[in-house]
Design a protein around this ligand. Structure first.
Ligand SMILES: *[C@@H]1O[C@H](CO)[C@@H](O)[C@H](O)[C@H]1NC(C)=O
Ligand SMILES: *[C@@H]1O[C@H](CO)[C@@H](O)[C@H](O)[C@H]1NC(C)=O
Ligand SMILES: *[C@@H]1O[C@H](CO)[C@@H](O)[C@H](O)[C@H]1NC(C)=O
Ligand SMILES: *[C@@H]1O[C@H](CO)[C@@H](O)[C@H](O)[C@H]1NC(C)=O
Ligand SMILES: *[C@@H]1O[C@H](CO)[C@@H](O)[C@H](O)[C@H]1NC(C)=O
Ligand SMILES: *[C@@H]1O[C@H](CO)[C@@H](O)[C@H](O)[C@H]1NC(C)=O
Ligand SMILES: *[C@@H]1O[C@H](CO)[C@@H](O)[C@H](O)[C@H]1NC(C)=O
Ligand SMILES: *[C@@H]1O[C@H](CO)[C@@H](O)[C@H](O)[C@H]1NC(C)=O
Ligand SMILES: *[C@@H]1O[C@H](CO)[C@@H](O)[C@H](O)[C@H]1NC(C)=O
Ligand SMILES: *[C@@H]1O[C@H](CO)[C@@H](O)[C@H](O)[C@H]1NC(C)=O
Ligand SMILES: *[C@@H]1O[C@H](CO)[C@@H](O)[C@H](O)[C@H]1NC(C)=O
Ligand SMILES: *[C@@H]1O[C@H](CO)[C@@H](O)[C@H](O)[C@H]1NC(C)=O
Length: 424
C-alpha cells in the first residue's frame, strides 16, 4: 500500500491513480464511470507506459481532456473498448490542440516513434452536436475561432513508424484522421462512419487528410461519409491507398492544392488501387485552385506540382469501380475560383505523370453524359488512360479534355469543354 501523503509530492502526470493499473510495463485504464472524465487517467497511463510499454483501453471511456500523447517510443495501444469524446463544445473549441493547417484542431495528438494501435475498438467523437450547431461551417475549415473549432478524432502527428489497425471511427465533427508531419504510417482495417441523424448534414468529414507526410499506407477499410474519402494535401509523397470501399464521399482526392499565393505544394507518388466508389461526387480527383492577382491570396495563386519524383514512380488511380458517381474521373485547376479569374490567371501548378488504369462503372448522370473531365490550365504532360469502361446512366459517355499534351495516350475520344461563360 502506498502512502497518500507521498502521492501529493509526485508530479501530476505521474500521480498514481487506482484507475490506472500498472503491471510491469502495461498500464490498464479503469473507467471512473458515471460520465466522469477518464482523460487524466489515460494521459497518466501514457506517461507511465509510453516507452517500451502497453496501454490498455478495453472499456468504455468518457474523455473531456485533450489527449496530447507525445514522445512515445515502442508502444502498443490496445484500444478494444470505446473512447467517447464529450459533446462539450465550450471545452473542446478552445482546448482542442490547434494545428497549423486549415485551422484544424484535434482531440488526440498521437506522436512518437514505433507506435502500434490495435484492438478493434471505437473512437466516438459525438459529431451530432457539432453538426446541429447553427454556424458550423462559418469561417475557414476547422473553425473560424476558438469558440467553435471542430476537432479531428485522431491525429498522427510528428510521428514515425506507426501502425493503426482495427479501429471504428464514428461521428467525427471534422476530418476523421489527420496525418501530420509524419513518415511511415500505416492504417489498416479501419471502419469510418460519419452519418447525421438530424436534417443537418455532416461537414468536412474526410476519411483521411495527409499533410507534409511521406510513406503512408491506407488499406482494407470502409468509409461512409460526405466528403473526401482520402485527401492528399500539400507535401504528401509516397502513398499507397489499397482496397477501400468508399460510400457517399467526394472521392480519392489530390488537393486542394495551390490555395495560398507564394506557397509551393507538392504531391508525388500516389498509388490508389482497388477502390470501390459508390454514391460519390468524384472517383479519382485532382483539384487545384486557379491563379490569383493577389500576392497574399488565400484562395488561389499557389504554385508547385503533382507528379512523380522519379521516372519509375507515378500518380496512379487503378482498378476503380464506380457506382452512381457524378465525376468518375475529374481533374480541375480552377477549384473554388471564378472562371474569369482562372482565364486571366491560370494556375501555375504543374501536373504530370498521372495514370488512370482499369476504371469502370457508371456515373450518376449529374453531369449528363460526361464521365471524364480532365481540364488542365496549362498543358499537363504524360497523362494516360487505359482500360476505361465508364458510362452514364443512359448508356452514353463523353470525355471532356483540355490542355492534355498526351491526348493520344487516352483510350477514349476527347471533346473540348463547353465554352465557359462568366458567372458574375
Ligand atoms: C449564425 O448564423 C445565423 C444564421 O445564418 C446568423 O444570423 C448569425 O448571425 C450567425 N451567428 C454568428 C455568431 O455569426
Ligand atoms: C483560420 O480562420 C481564420 C478566421 O476565419 C481565417 O482568417 C484564416 O485564413 C484561417 N486560416 C487558414 C489557414 O485557413
Ligand atoms: C510538431 O513538430 C513541430 C516541428 O518540430 C513543432 O514545432 C511542433 O510543436 C510539434 N507539435 C506538437 C503538437 O508537438
Ligand atoms: C515502418 O514502420 C513499421 C512499423 O513500425 C516497421 O515495421 C517498418 O520497418 C518501418 N519501415 C521502414 C522502412 O522503416
Ligand atoms: C469493419 O467492417 C467490416 C465489414 O462490416 C468487418 O468485417 C470488420 O471486422 C470491421 N472492422 C472493425 C475494426 O470493426
Ligand atoms: C451510402 O451512401 C448513401 C448516400 O450518401 C446513403 O444513402 C447510404 O445509406 C449509404 N450506404 C450505407 C451502407 O451506409
Ligand atoms: C512543401 O515543400 C516545398 C519544397 O520543399 C516547400 O517550399 C513548401 O514550403 C512546402 N509546403 C508546405 C505546406 O509545407
Ligand atoms: C502582403 O502582405 C504583406 C505582409 O503582411 C504586406 O506587407 C504586403 O503589403 C501585402 N501585399 C499585398 C499586395 O497586399
Ligand atoms: C506505380 O507505382 C506503384 C507503386 O510504386 C507500382 O506498383 C505500379 O506498378 C506503378 N504503375 C505504373 C503504371 O508505373
Ligand atoms: C468493374 O470491375 C470490377 C472489378 O474489377 C468487376 O467486378 C466488374 O464486373 C466490372 N464492371 C464492369 C461494368 O465492367
Ligand atoms: C446517345 O448518343 C447517341 C449518339 O450521339 C444519340 O443519338 C442518343 O440520342 C444519345 N442518347 C441519349 C439518351 O442521350
Ligand atoms: C468557343 O470559343 C472558341 C474560342 O474562343 C470559339 O472559337 C468557338 O467558336 C466557341 N464555340 C462555341 C460553341 O461558342
Amino acid at each position: 500500500m502506498r502512502i497518500p501523503a507521498l502521492l501529493a509530492l509526485l508530479p501530476l502526470a505521474f500521480a498514481a491513480s487506482p484507475n490506472v493499473q500498472v503491471e510491469g510495463s502495461t498500464c490498464k485504464v479503469i473507467p471512473l464511470g458515471g460520465g466522469q472524465d477518464d482523460g487524466p487517467n489515460i494521459l497518466s497511463a501514457f506517461a507511465q507506459c509510453g516507452t517500451d510499454g502497453t496501454i490498455v483501453l478495453d472499456r468504455y471511456y468518457v474523455v473531456n481532456t485533450v489527449l496530447v500523447t507525445t514522445g512515445l517510443k515502442n508502444v502498443g495501444i490496445e484500444l478494444s473498448g470505446v473512447v467517447q469524446y464529450t459533446p462539450n463544445i465550450a471545452y473542446w473549441s478552445p482546448n482542442s490542440l490547434y494545428l497549423t493547417f486549415q485551422n484544424a484542431t484535434t482531440y488526440w495528438f498521437l506522436s512518437g516513434d514505433n507506435i502500434h494501435l490495435y484492438g478493434g475498438g471505437t473512437l466516438d467523437a459525438n459529431g451530432q452536436v457539432w453538426w446541429d450547431y447553427p454556424n458550423k461551417t462559418e469561417g475557414t475549415a476547422g473553425g473560424s475561432s476558438r469558440s467553435f473549432a471542430r476537432p479531428v478524432p485522431l491525429t498522427v502527428g510528428n510521428a514515425s513508424n506507426v501502425v493503426i489497425e482495427g479501429l471504428t471511427e464514428i461521428g467525427s465533427p471534422f476530418w476523421n484522421n489527420f496525418v501530420y508531419q509524419s513518415t511511415n504510417i500505416t492504417y489498416r482495417n479501419i471502419n469510418i462512419s460519419t452519418t447525421s441523424y438530424s436534417s443537418n448534414p455532416t461537414a468536412n468529414s474526410d476519411g483521411w487528410d495527409i499533410y507534409r507526410s511521406s510513406y503512408i499506407t491506407i488499406e482494407d477499410s470502409t468509409i461512409n461519409n460526405d466528403d473526401d474519402c482520402v485527401s492528399f494535401k500539400p507535401n504528401t509523397t509516397n502513398v499507397i491507398v489499397n482496397n477501400l470501399h468508399c460510400n457517399g464521399s467526394h472521392g480519392i482526392s489530390v488537393g486542394s492544392l495551390g490555395q495560398y499565393a507564394g506557397e509551393t505544394d507538392i504531391v508525388a507518388n500516389i498509388f490508389a488501387n482497388n477502390i470501390v466508389m459508390a454514391n460519390a461526387q468524384n472517383g479519382a480527383r485532382i483539384k487545384v485552385f486557379g491563379g490569383s492577382p493577389d500576392a497574399n491570396s488565400t484562395a488561389g495563386g499557389g504554385t508547385g506540382y503533382v507528379q512523380a519524383s522519379y521516372c519509375s514512380d507515378n500518380i496512379t488511380f487503378q482498378n476503380f469501380q464506380v457506382m452512381n458517381v457524378d465525376n468518375p474521373i475529374y481533374l480541375n485547376q480552377c477549384y473554388d475560383t471564378d472562371a474569369d479569374v482562372c482565364a486571366e490567371y491560370p494556375s501555375k501548378l504543374t501536373i504530370s505523370d498521372v495514370h488512370y488504369i482499369n476504371i469502370n462503372g457508371t456515373s450518376s448522370g449529374a453531369e449528363g453524359s460526361v464521365v471524364v473531365d480532365l481540364e488542365c490550365s496549362t498543358e499537363c504532360q504524360d497523362i494516360t488512360a487505359t482500360n476505361i469502361h465508364l458510362t452514364s446512366p443512359d448508356g452514353n459517355a463523353t470525355y471532356v479534355c483540355a490542355n492534355i499534351a498526351s491526348e493520344s495516350m487516352l483510350d477514349f475520344p476527347c471533346t473540348a469543354p463547353p465554352n465557359t461563360t462568366s458567372t458574375s
